[in-house]
Design a binder for this molecule. Structure first.
Ligand code: SF4
Length: 482
């Protein structure tokens, strides 16, 4: 099982024998070697699972048994064998390997019909809602040369004419200007279309995109402010002043783009209806800038999703909004946008609930998933296939209250179903970040000042083994103690 879901594997744990927590091919090779040895010896399946326990980063759910308090919260995750590690730390790579350059090329038109090259992994910005930002630490970069040669190799292997340079925060790639210069040169020479998503809201981003403009340039430019008031931005630790947003919007319209897409979230912790209305206010200001500069060609599209607290983030203790609260906020936003000419789309509050149940679910949710499936729930991520009632029935059949997983404030000392899985970031750090959010205390880019999130002590040997600037946590000298 891949992807970020493995950082809370519990809802799927009863269905799956082994999870790999983290990244890298090494762990896969170790699993295959263990499997091969097991096959050769023809011993029992249980022996194989016991052997897999010796591989760091492998989680075997059947060797852990949850015990619950009468109120339904987790009391203890009992280890059923001494060999099962109390905590499964994610595997990480000290240095990213060269990017894959021989992807499968589909024979039909697909959404991501292009080469994807990951330029760096991890993010140092510390947005408090962001699961990816917490679980993919530390930041590790690929070199410009490595990226360029991967692009050439992948172009040769696939015949694609589009390349996406991916990361969680492309503007933070330390060589971004140099990279864009070199890539844009190639793009002009080979008539390529290059996309660089996840840029910060600053005019420099517009200049970078300008350099990458090809003949088939998209007419829209995407920005993700996520919140519209300074207070809310301090809570989520994504401080972007409205003035900076407007300045960036002006630069975008002046450089020839006619459409801006803005991504916001509603349902942030401590959010008021004024914070929601401010989204409309800021959006109107952005569109007004466009109309002033390029007239009615300027358009604005809002994507407004609903915040769902995620495990291993500073907001993991918080309830999420009820469907009624979300609907009220959506209505308020729609009212405030009336007559503005701004297009908006958002997520169905009931679909948000499904994401919320699964994100912070425990092992008992497996029964709900199974029940829903037997009732016919399939392809739930597709709006027209999602059937809320089936999930409600599935909860009833399992005798579980869905609100327990979604609308409950967790106490600071609650044991979570995912506490025995570690992405390297300490729970105490997340807790401090949660308390900081309530006071609106900002924690800026940790490349400038390390906030001791836990990554370095967990991976200090690896950091020592891979010194140098490609890894953005501080160096650990050879003589340093833990
Ligand atoms: S150890 Fe320090 S620099 Fe590294 S990710 Fe954590 S806070 Fe950032």
């Amino acid at each position: 099982a891949g992807g970020h879901a493995t950082f809370n594997p519990e809802p799927m744990a009863p269905f799956i024998d082994a999870f790999v927590i983290g990244e890298g091919e090494d762990v896969i090779h170790e699993i295959l070697d263990t499997f091969r040895d097991w096959k050769a010896q023809s011993v029992s399946r249980d022996d194989l699972l016991h052997a897999l326990l010796n591989i760091p980063g492998v989680y075997i759910p059947r060797f852990y048994r949850p015990h619950y308090h009468p109120d339904g919260t987790l009391r203890l995750m009992e280890r059923l064998t001494e060999a099962a590690p109390p905590v499964i730390h994610k595997r990480i790579l000290g240095r990213l390997p060269p990017p894959p350059t021989r992807p499968i090329v589909p024979s039909i038109d697909v959404v991501h019909n292009r080469i994807a090259i990951e330029i760096m992994r991890g993010c140092t910005r510390g947005c408090r809602f962001c699961h990816a930002g917490m679980v993919t630490r530390p930041v590790r970069e690929r070199s410009v040369e490595e990226i360029l040669s991967a692009i050439q190799e992948a172009l040769k292997n696939t015949g694609y004419e589009e390349v996406a340079l991916l990361s969680l925060s492309s503007s933070d790639y330390s060589q971004i200007t140099h990279l864009v210069e070199r890539v844009s040169h190639e793009a002009t020479r080979q008539h390529l279309v290059i996309s660089l998503p996840s840029l910060r809201i600053e005019t420099v981003s517009v200049e970078l995109m300008e350099r990458l403009k090809g003949k088939r340039q998209s007419s829209s430019f995407t920005l993700a402010p996520e919140a519209a008031t300074d207070r809310m931005r301090a809570v989520i630790n994504k401080p972007i002043e409205t003035g900076q947003l407007l300045e960036t919007a002006r630069a975008i319209f002046q450089h020839g783009w006619s459409k801006i897409k803005l991504y916001f979230m509603i349902g942030h912790p401590t959010e008021t209806i004024e914070d929601v209305r401010a989204i409309a206010e800021v959006s109107r200001q952005v569109l007004a800038e466009g109309r002033r500069l390029i007239g009615h060609r300027a358009s604005l599209h809002l994507g407004v999703s609903t915040f769902v607290p995620k495990p291993h983030t500073p907001f993991q203790w918080l309830p999420c909004d009820t469907p009624e609260q979300i609907q009220n906020k959506q209505r308020a936003l729609l009212d405030a946008l009336r007559g503005s000419g701004i297009k908006i789309n958002w997520t169905d509050p009931r679909e948000t609930l499904l994401e919320a149940w699964l994100s912070r679910g425990d092992r008992r949710l497996a029964e709900v998933i199974y029940n829903a499936w037997t009732l016919g729930a399939k392809f739930d991520a597709w709006h027209d296939h999602f059937d809320y009632e089936k999930w409600m029935t599935a909860f009833q059949m399992a005798n579980l209250d869905p609100a327990f997983y979604t609308h409950r404030q967790r106490s600071l000392d609650e044991v979570f179903p995912w506490d025995h899985i570690s992405p390297g970031v300490r729970k105490a750090y997340l807790q401090q970040e949660y308390l900081n959010s309530l006071q609106g205390i900002l924690r800026l880019d940790c490349r400038r000042q390390c906030y001791a999130c836990g990554i370095l002590p967990t991976y200090k040997e690896l950091r020592r083994k891979y010194p140098g600037p490609h890894w953005k946590c501080p160096e650990v000298p050879v003589h340093a103690r833990a």
